[in-house]
Ligand binder design. Structure first.
Ligand code: C5P
Length: 215
């Protein structure tokens, strides 16, 4: 299969040197890409700014902002059978992005933000037979929030994790997640490496694709 994966944070510039971003290291998305290659798939990885090397045999596209990531996902989606949106896309960007460095004295005390497009919502009309997997990093009401996002974004699976746990989430090499599906009970998984979790997600995509071919 051809699998499109997004990873890492996005950067939303205030001026050429200052930006808003988040704690995503990109490790989860890169591990999914490695696991997909190991299982024989062709992988395109759209990544925000991260300090990680490109896994062998992976086609990597680097982006910075949410809008750049949206453009890359839109462009690449038609050539892929599945989309795994693992990136921690910034929900907001500064309304004004200065093209030269703001002087300290010219820095406004309040930065006005505007909402970024939701990439999954934007590409939902192009889903057709494709399999979409999303992530939900939560600190409270994990199940409720994950189910809401699963339905709103029209996903086949959402991977929910409690980012308050020290061995799960942002910079860790391991993750402890709950898989939330539209048509069956949530499946809590034990602590595992991000590579092993990547393998499980790819296995889900393979089985889902197999089922839709036989139906
Ligand atoms: O709403 P929230 O950001 O928690 O949703 C998480 C899921 O939605 C992730 O799969 C993330 O990659 C995706 N997302 C997106 N576009 C955004 C924000 C999040 O596709 N602007």
């Amino acid at each position: 299969m051809k699998i499109l994966i997004t990873a890492g944070p996005t950067r939303e510039y205030i001026d050429p040197v200052r930006f808003l971003s988040n704690r995503s290291s990109g490790k989860m998305g890169f591990a999914i890409a490695e696991a997909a290659v190991a299982r024989g798939h062709e992988v395109t990885l759209i990544s925000g700014p991260v300090l990680l090397g490109t896994p062998p045999e992976v086609t990597r596209i680097d982006v910075e902002s949410a809008e750049e990531m949206l453009a890359a996902v839109r462009r690449e989606l038609s050539g892929n059978d599945a989309l795994v949106m693992c990136a921690a896309v910034s929900d907001f960007r500064p309304r004004i992005q200065a093209c030269h460095k703001l002087k300290k004295s010219a820095m406004p005390p309040v930065i006005e933000l505007i909402g970024n497009p939701d990439i999954l919502q934007c590409v939902k009309p192009q889903k057709s037979g494709r399999i979409f997997v999303g992530f939900a990093a939560e600190t409270d009401n994990i199940h409720v929030e994950a189910e809401r996002k699963l339905h709103e974004k029209g996903l086949d699976l959402i991977v929910a994790n409690d980012i308050k746990e020290p061995d799960a989430g942002f910079e860790a090499d391991t993750n402890r997640v709950i898989l939330v599906y539209p048509d069956r009970e949530p499946e809590p998984l034990p602590l595992m490496t991000k590579f092993d979790l990547g393998g499980k997600l790819i296995e889900f995509i393979e089985l889902k694709a197999e089922k839709s071919h036989t139906n």
